[in-house]
Design a protein around this ligand. Structure first.
Ligand code: HEC
Ligand code: HEC
Length: 386
């Protein structure tokens, strides 16, 4: 997950580093941010301070300590590395050698994807990826149309809908989707989906985002395979600045952020210290009327606002298999002895933890739309097995 997050937020982190760089212009002893390899500004937030004349920054380095053999860990084997090397890169978009991209051979249909989604994803991501209950939406309709809401929607009409950011409208490449699903989802049991299942789920994601591949609609009959995957063009592929591509991407990003005018910033007067009126005043600033961009769809919130349902009779076994089994079959299953470790703290605490969720993996009410009373019936069933 971490690797993925980094990939997604790279544009924000480069911006942050660029701002740091801008802030230093003209300072006498501007700190250097380097990637430790060739003295360039690091683009991913990693900062390293080189050791020069026995000092790193202001601090002396105990070189004899560093020189000592440190007996921690060992070099990973090729097999271990291969297992960890699971990223799927987007170079196919830029005509790079598809062999090097990490995208495995396989196939899966929209139909299979839908069945998998119903079994393993719907409890968090909602019907057809509608989101809700604090979990991200995976679709809000036609990706091509929604991509247009990302740019200048409010500039023309301040009352217009805010930007709609979901996979189809926002993500620049589909490779991230494949990788994210395979390595990160389903959230509580990541890394359990096969390659073909991942193809099927990705196909379903394209389907609910109403997308086409190479002019062909990804309809209910569609079967996605590697060759077709390599032809996916996301509507927002060119929506990010700078447009990072190919082997020139790193110097390209650096050059882009070295010039504040590229991202609408004022120019800072160079080569002199400055505390007031430091910015050149001739830059044009374009702002969105009113309060700027707000009301993102889906809202950028993680509030777990599951709607309360009126008490009604439930069939505990049925609710179990629809809403709890995917996680509880393997751990804390109905009637399992493992429950003793949980009930020791008192049943009210167990109810409360289940209702509010825990940071260690239990989503609030398991993501199920149940009244408190009915949820407690479910807990009783889980503990007793009857
Ligand atoms: C227990 C709840 C849960 C289940 C089950 C689950 N997810 Fe997720 N999913 C999440 C959460 C939480 C996030 C947000 C993670 C984050 O931002 O760090 C997420 C994020 C995602 C995203 C990225 C959305 C975005 O736009 O950022 C995708 C795609 C996704 N899930 C697909 C799936 C698929 C496919 C399945 C079924 C195989 C699945 N999820 C099952 C909780 C769940
Ligand atoms: C997405 C996976 C997931 C789903 C779905 C899920 N659970 Fe859980 N649940 C967990 C995990 C993981 C734990 C263990 C958490 C821990 O050890 O802190 C847990 C723990 C619990 C606990 C013990 C809480 C405590 O700390 O005392 C209860 C009660 C519970 N689940 C009830 C349910 C019920 C009822 C359902 C279905 C309506 C359900 N869960 C659905 C993952 C899930």
């Amino acid at each position: 997950m971490f690797k993925l997050d980094r990939k997604l937020i790279i544009s924000t982190s480069v911006a942050a580093i660029a701002l740091l760089g801008v802030g230093c212009v003209g300072g006498e002893s501007a700190p250097t941010f380097s990637d430790g390899v060739n003295g360039n500004i690091s683009i991913d937030g990693g900062v390293s301070y080189p050791t020069i004349n026995g000092k790193s920054g202001n601090y002396f380095v105990n070189e004899s300590h560093i020189g000592r053999a440190i007996n921690n860990g060992r070099v990973p084997t090729d097999a271990e590395e291969a297992k960890w090397n699971t990223d799927v890169m987007a170079g196919y978009v830029y005509n790079e050698d598809p062999k090097a991209l990490g995208l495995p051979e396989g196939e899966g249909s929209v139909e299979e994807g839908e069945a998998l989604y119903e079994a393993q994803c719907v409890m968090c991501h909602g019907d057809f990826g509608s989101g809700g209950g604090g979990y991200p939406a995976l679709s809000k309709g036609n990706a091509e149309d929604l991509q247009k809401t990302l740019t200048n929607n409010r500039y023309q009409d301040p009352q217009a809908d805010g930007p709609t950011r979901v996979f189809g409208s926002y993500w620049p490449q589909a490779s991230t989707m494949f990788w994210y699903i395979r390595d990160g989802m389903p959230h509580p049991k990541s890394d359990t989906l096969s390659v073909n299942q991942t193809y099927a789920l990705t196909a379903y994601m394209l389907n609910i985002n109403e997308m086409s591949i190479d002019g062909q609609e990804v309809d209910d009959e569609y079967v996605l395979d590697r060759a077709k995957f390599l032809k996916i063009k996301m509507p927002n592929q060119d929506g990010f600045e700078p447009n990072v591509r190919g082997s020139d991407s790193l110097p390209g990003v650096r050059a882009y952020y070295a010039n504040p005018a590229n991202f609408g910033a004022h120019k800072v007067k160079p080569a002199e210290r400055c505390m007031t009126n430091c910015q050149e005043t001739n830059a044009t600033v374009v702002r969105i009327a009113g309060e700027g961009i707000s009301q993102f769809i889906p809202p950028m919130s993680i509030v777990r606002d599951l709607p309360e349902k009126k008490a009604e009779t439930i069939n505990v076994k049925e609710v179990y298999s629809n809403a709890c089994a995917m996680c509880h079959d393997s751990f804390l299953s109905p009637g399992s002895a493992e429950w003793a470790g949980y009930t020791a703290k008192g049943i009210d605490k167990v109810y409360a933890n289940g209702i509010n969720g825990t940071e260690t993996g239990m989503p609030a009410k398991g993501g199920a739309n149940l009244s408190d009373a009915n949820f407690k019936l479910m807990v009783d069933y889980l503990i007793s097995g009857k």
